[in-house]
Design a protein around this ligand. Structure first.
Ligand code: BGC
Ligand code: CA
Length: 231
């Protein structure tokens, strides 16, 4: 029985010594080592009485338990410190190269352009200003593929686009100067109808992605567009 405990002690010492080399952990391990060693040498001096052996057995078991608890606490603290250190390092890393080079964060890349789909709703003028401040313009739809892409990404939500006739009625103008006559149009049936007293001079997409002229002071989400940087 005693030999078994001596062996158990030695195995535990070897195990714990191998687990961690940090100075704090070493201190706990060294303390543990010397206590077990003390108990074992005492046992070797006086092994005559069975009751003494049983006492020794109880003491060793209780000390092993205490040490294991202490060691666990130290290791948990160390693990938390290491995880925090790694998280700080990760936060400081730059964005992945492809995002950095092509589009700003949270913008979508499609066919050489970056698109920002807003979550807020504002008037057409405010959305136009927002896009300018972000080095872009309200989206200009140049072809069928772009229209399809925007329709799918819009997911039935309505968005302001960069088309307006507020300067001259029925003289539609894209905000980036693209000539209206040179690009396909995707008006919904019966649009543009300039309905109502105040007129409808600004364009948004409908739930099918098709265009509707509406009062510019209505509030809708909006889509900005800017050229993607070359990869
Ligand atoms: C009409 C649109 C109009 C809108 C105004 C719709 O029912 O079809 O042409 O712009 O109402 O809110
Ligand atoms: Ca309309």
């Amino acid at each position: 029985m005693l030999l078994l405990f001596i062996l158990l002690g030695i195995v535990l010492i070897l195990l714990i010594t191998g687990v961690n080399k940090s100075s704090e952990t070493n201190k706990v391990v060294e303390e543990f080592q010397s206590q077990v060693q003390m108990q074992v040498s005492q046992a070797l001096v006086n092994v005559s009485e069975k009751s003494e052996l049983m006492n020794l057995e109880r003491r060793i078991v209780s000390e092993v338990k205490q040490m294991a608890t202490k060691l666990l606490a130290v290791l948990s603290k160390k693990t938390i410190e290491i995880i925090a250190k790694i998280s700080r390092k990760v936060e400081m890393l730059p964005e992945p190269a492809c995002q950095n080079l092509q589009c700003p964060r949270y913008w979508q890349h499609f066919n050489g352009s970056c698109y920002y789909f807003s979550n807020k709703e504002v008037t057409w003028n405010s959305s136009n200003l927002y896009c300018s401040l972000r080095g872009s313009h309200l989206v200009v739809i140049n072809d069928r593929n772009e229209q399809y892409f925007l329709t799918i990404e819009s997911n039935t939500k309505r968005y302001w686009i960069g088309l307006t006739d507020h300067v001259n009625e029925d003289n539609w103008q894209w905000v980036d100067g693209t000539a209206y006559e040179t690009t396909p149009t995707f008006w919904a049936d019966g649009e543009p109808n300039n309905i109502g007293n105040q007129g409808e001079d600004c364009v948004h997409t409908d739930d099918k992605g098709q265009w509707n002229d509406n009062v510019c002071t209505m509030k809708y989400p909006w889509i900005c567009e800017q050229q993607a940087k070359s990869a």
